[in-house]
Design a protein around this ligand. Structure first.
Ligand code: ZN
Length: 403
């Protein structure tokens, strides 16, 4: 029922070697305008400002997630047996398109515009005329099935676990890909081993006890990537300053002083529900052009922030504590800075693994040689100590370099 391509299409990929495409519907989705738009959205928002080679895009990541799902449903015997062809194709398509509604600059943009990329992803899959007709012409009801995997509402609970859980194709691809493109080798882990130890037990993905080491390695890779890459203070400040610029634009909009050249950003700044056409126009190329225009804006704050983002003149940071803050605020005021835009606070914390919290996809399960199924932190000393220890956290303030 699902038409195959004349020959297997292969796309070279530095993380997986090759991405293999053999279903016509997958190939058509890759060639759709919305999927091609992902070439204009980088995978990492601010980390690109720290690791200069990390300018890889959501396009490559999405293909990588698809490839991991494809391997899971065809090479892992338990998963392959548990799914029919339609479910396999649905899972592959959900992996391919799980980020199709991602806006520019990773999550910084969502915070400003109040948009959620999952919501847009489902809208694009179900409402975009091109994508929904590719899916519906392939099999009736397919667009809803694919969106349901992303909404965690699939009839078969295995499907969302492949694409989005604590040990899923999405995380596995972005950790490997971000480690590769940042050059942080300790972010890597043994995906071949993980794929070999995956099993299915009562509709749930589990790993074989002997695979615990490979999964510990994956958890450690998450831990390192968060602190070394995703939460790097310079990466954080870039995202904070983006939000800062949007806050300024929002204030200008309210005052009726919208700056010339930034029109593409206006619907997002107004925080209204965007049409798919408006959302499509918001890629990083368009934002880059808007920032370039803002460098010539009349408003000194918007002009300064745009210039800082474009030329990487980022704020410095120090610890967030009352005495320190008082001193910095006094200095900034003396220099005439408006503290609303020039004194930013940020706190992040992160656990590399959170044990079962009641959500179906919220844990990694290990099948012991006795047949007993344990949650990962009960089966691994390393993970257990990570879970028991305090969550890593950083609490900082950011402000312009004293000049
Ligand atoms: Zn993703």
């Amino acid at each position: 029922m699902f038409r195959k391509t004349d020959e297997v299409k292969v796309l070279r990929d530095p993380v997986h070697g090759y991405i293999h495409v053999d279903y016509e519907v997958v190939w058509q989705c890759i060639n759709s305008a919305w999927f091609q738009r992902l070439r204009r959205i980088r995978q990492l928002g601010g980390a690109y400002m720290v690791y200069h080679t990390a300018d890889h895009t959501r396009f490559g990541h999405s293909l990588g997630v698809y490839e991991i799902v494809r391997r899971m449903v065809s090479e892992v015997p338990d998963i392959s047996k548990a799914l029919n062809e339609r479910e396999k194709v649905t899972a592959m398509l959900a992996g391919l398109m799980h980020d199709i509604g991602h806006g520019p600059y990773s999550h910084a943009f969502e915070a400003v515009s109040g948009t959620s990329h999952e919501e847009y992803t489902c809208r694009i899959i179900e409402e975009d005329p091109e994508i929904s007709s590719i899916l519906e012409n392939t099999a009736k009801g397919l667009s809803k099935d694919v969106a349901d995997v992303i909404r965690h509402k699939s009839e078969n609970p295995l499907l969302p676990q492949l694409v989005s859980s604590q040990l899923d194709a999405d995380r596995m691809d972005y950790l490997l890909r971000d480690a590769y493109f940042t050059g942080t080798t300790y972010g890597s882990f043994d995906i071949e081993r993980i794929l070999r130890v995956l099993r299915v037990s009562d509709g749930r993905i589990v790993i074989k006890e002997s695979g615990t080491y490979a999964v510990e390695n994956y958890i450690m890779s998450r831990y390192h990537m968060y602190w070394q890459v995703y939460y790097h203070p310079t990466a954080r400040v870039y995202e904070l300053m983006l939000r800062d610029l949007f806050t300024r634009l929002k204030d200008l909009e309210k005052e009726g002083r919208w700056p010339e050249g930034a029109e593409v950003l206006r619907p997002a700044v107004q925080r209204r529900s965007l049409s798919l056409d408006e959302y499509f126009a918001l890629d990083e190329n368009a934002c880059g052009y808007a920032f370039a225009c803002l460098m010539k804006a009349e408003d000194p704050v918007a002009r300064d922030l745009a210039e800082r983002l474009m030329n990487r003149r980022l704020f410095q940071f120090s610890e967030n504590n009352p005495a320190n803050n008082r001193r910095i605020r006094a200095q900034l005021k003396k220099k005439g800075y408006d503290l609303k835009y020039y004194f930013l606070k940020d706190e992040v914390d992160q656990r590399p693994y959170v044990p079962y919290s009641g959500k179906a996809n919220g844990a990694i399960w290990v099948r012991m040689h006795t047949g007993e199924i344990l949650e990962l932190s009960a089966a691994s000393n390393i993970v257990s100590s990570l879970v028991k220890g305090p969550a890593g956290s950083d609490n900082r303030v950011y402000y312009p370099e004293a000049d």
